[in-house]
Design a binder for this molecule. Structure first.
Ligand code: ADP
Length: 648
């Protein structure tokens, strides 16, 4: 739960908006109670065909009369009490009666004082005619209902804004986290995991925050406003009506546990659902080629069915909250009707010997009391939605914050050290590396690559070639040992500085679903169109680009699917050439390019690679011919030798 409290605290940073929203909520609650209270004079007045002024006057007069008779009665009783011959039973009864009269007198004095204070106001603002008074009250109720809804709308908008902003902030944080984690950490969640977090989880959290800030203040305030008025009418009767509250409280606790558990399983299903969806769609070619459509359809149907089942259970428990809280509401009203009716019909003030009211209740009095209870029961029902929202938000926060709190293994240098550009040397000192502490992929590798050297990395599949390059590019930090650029460990160089010196082309080219121009420019955002064309010419991409009707503006499709593998690699090469970096990393970068084009690219490469360090993972003899040195990687063991030995 503390994660959700953290989310609520974060939302509370927008406190001016929330305070404004709560002020609106308080206004709503007051108007809610006031609307019901306004019915009282209407009922009183219409039933008697009286004006409010005369109603008030007669109330005061009646209270004065009661006070007078009460005073006389207590004087007689007190005189009788001084009589020492009085039997104890009669004396006790007389004493109780005197006490009751004193309490009644207290209430009557309050009625008189209130009535006198009210009189000038009624005189000034309320018409003397009974029907006009009713019209005035009705108009007031209508206006206050409008006002109430304006306040409610404002409060809802303010809270929604805060919640949506929170959800946006959280999405931004998840996105930032996905970009900053090292590759192994990223792969632990995968695209599907991040997708689920960005969509479902942050949605759950936002809805939780909206519920809490939107309803956790309004609804209790409404309840308090109505119960406060009901207490003023008769506090004992109000308490009697709340007898059911503990049972409903217990049921709500049970329900909350269920809702929380189901929300958790829904979240797990949402992750599985994103996983199945993305896997099938990202590998749709394989799915179709191996006629696995039915298999994938079944998987997708199974996981959506699972989601549906859990969604239905969630809906059931969510809906169950309503009847449970309504039982409290109806229970309250039923109890009050039973007790109130008994008191009114029998003109009693006590039930089972317990005093419920000081004065016998009038029909309008009891009706207005029912009104307050009904007014309290509706927000009680809505409060159940708030509680469910709280639970959903708690589950969302529990899934999100641990991810946001995961520190990235790639920590950027706090005080980055400068390195000359171009650098002099890349050096690995006793570097060992293993994924997740399992099998060591690189073992105590020590080697040096001076600036301007062209090295080819060769070795069997799975030997660790890509891993070696990834460590040099600091996609991973070594488990042991260190990588240095001009004697400065990579961990002490700003990541942006290091990556700014790198241009990388991998075997699986990653292209954006944008134009060719956009994709090449991704290497250097400020490049002019002429520079982009020059880079494309070097990568022997210009000719095929010019053949497209839209030329450089041709859209490449998701992950460049409208282009052939070789074309994609050439665009990736152009992107790297445009970057004009000190270190060029080519990971099987020409593997899909035809022999003739590759020969031409190598000519361009031979010119381009001068005056920069080039690290090439390759099997091709033609690429090897560009190399000054060969690094052989074989299951963790790394050896470096001059290239002419290879030729020999
Ligand atoms: P090469 O490039 O020489 O074919 P790699 O460097 O890609 O080899 O892989 C070396 C070893 O590391 C392989 O056994 C591979 O299974 C393992 N490996 C590669 N990437 C990961 C990863 N992200 N998580 C776990 N193991 C990995």
């Amino acid at each position: 739960m503390h994660y959700f409290l953290r989310a609520l605290r974060e939302a509370a940073k927008s406190w001016p908006l929330l305070v404004a929203a709560m002020a609106c909520s308080a206004g709503v609650a007051v108007l809610w109670g006031a609307n019901i209270a306004a019915l009282f004079p209407i009922i009183e007045v219409t039933l008697r065909g009286d004006s409010l002024q005369s109603w008030n006057d007669s109330r005061v007069e009646a209270a004065e009369r009661r006070l007078e008779t009460g005073r006389a009665e207590s004087a007689v009783l007190e005189a009788r009490l001084t009589d020492s011959g009085l039997d104890p039973d009669t004396a006790a009864r007389a004493r109780r009666r005197v006490q009751a009269l004193a309490a009644g007198a207290e209430a009557d004095r309050a009625v008189i004082a209130g009535g006198r204070r009210l009189a000038p106001w009624l005189e000034r603002f309320v018409p003397r005619d009974a029907f006009r008074t009713v019209l005035l009250m009705v108009a007031l109720v209508v206006v206050s209902t409008f006002l109430k809804h304006a306040l409610l709308l404002t409060s809802t908008m303010l809270v929604s804004w805060v919640a949506m902003n929170i959800s946006r902030t959280i999405r931004i944080k998840i996105f930032d986290k996905a970009l900053s984690l090292d590759r192994a950490q990223f792969m632990r969640h995968g695209s599907a995991g991040f997708m689920a977090q960005v969509t479902s989880t942050s949605e759950m959290l936002a809805s939780g925050i909206t519920s809490v800030y939107g309803g956790a203040v309004t609804e209790p305030l409404k309840i308090m406003a109505c119960l406060g008025c009901a207490l003023a009418v008769s506090w004992r009767l109000t308490l009697a009506c709340l007898l059911l509250a503990p049972v409903v409280g217990f049921l709500m606790v049970w329900l909350n546990r269920r809702v929380r558990a189901i929300s958790k399983s829904i979240l797990a299903r949402s992750r599985a659902f994103h996983h199945v969806l993305l896997e099938a769609l990202n590998n749709v070619l394989t799915v179709q080629a191996y006629t696995m459509e039915d298999f994938e359809r079944r998987r997708f149907r199974a996981c959506t069915k699972d989601m549906l089942r859990h969604g239905m259970r969630h809906a059931f428990y969510h809906a169950l909250a309503n009847p449970i809280t309504e039982i409290l509401g109806i229970g309250m009203v039923a109890t009050s009707i039973a007790i109130g009716a008994w008191l009114v019909i029998n003109r009693e003030t006590q039930i089972f010997g317990i005093t419920i009211t000081e004065q016998p209740m009038t029909v309008p009095g009891i009706m207005i009391f029912f009104g307050f209870l009904i007014g309290a029961s509706d927000p009680v029902r809505k409060l159940s939605g708030v509680i469910t929202g709280f639970n959903v938000g708690t589950v969302g926060a529990q899934a999100l914050y641990p991810l946001l709190d995961t520190p990235s293994k790639l920590v950027d240098a706090a005080h980055p050290r400068p390195v000359a550009s171009p650098h002099r040397e890349i050096r690995l000192e006793n570097v060992s590396f293993g994924y997740d502490g399992a099998d060591t992929v690189l073992r105590e590798v020590s080697l040096s690559i001076p600036f301007g050297e062209r090295v080819a990395i060769v070795g069997p599949n799975g030997g660790g070639k890509s891993t070696l390059v990834n460590v040099i590019c600091r996609f991973y930090d070594p488990t042991e040992g260190r990588v240095l650029l001009d004697d400065v460990p990579l961990t002490e160089i700003a990541l942006a500085d290091l990556r700014g010196r790198l241009a990388i082309v991998t075997q699986q080219t990653e292209l954006f679903n944008e134009s060719i121009l956009y994709n090449i420019r991704y290497g250097r955002w400020d490049a002019s169109e002429e520079e982009i064309e020059a880079a494309a010419r070097k990568a022997h991409a210009h000719d095929f680009i010019a053949d497209f009707p839209d030329g450089y503006r041709t859209m490449v499709g998701p992950n460049g699917f409208r282009l052939s593998g070789g074309q994609r690699q050439r665009i990736a090469l152009a992107r790297a050439f445009l970057r004009d970096a000190e270190i060029l990393v080519l990971d099987e970068a020409t593997s899909q390019i035809d022999v003739e084009s590759e020969r031409l690219i190598h000519e361009a490469l031979a010119r381009y690679v001068e005056n920069r360090t080039v690290i090439m993972i390759t099997h091709r003899a033609s690429t090897l011919s560009l190399a000054d040195a060969i690094i052989e990687v074989d299951h963790g063991r790394v050896t470096k030798r001059p290239a002419r030995q290879q030729a020999a």
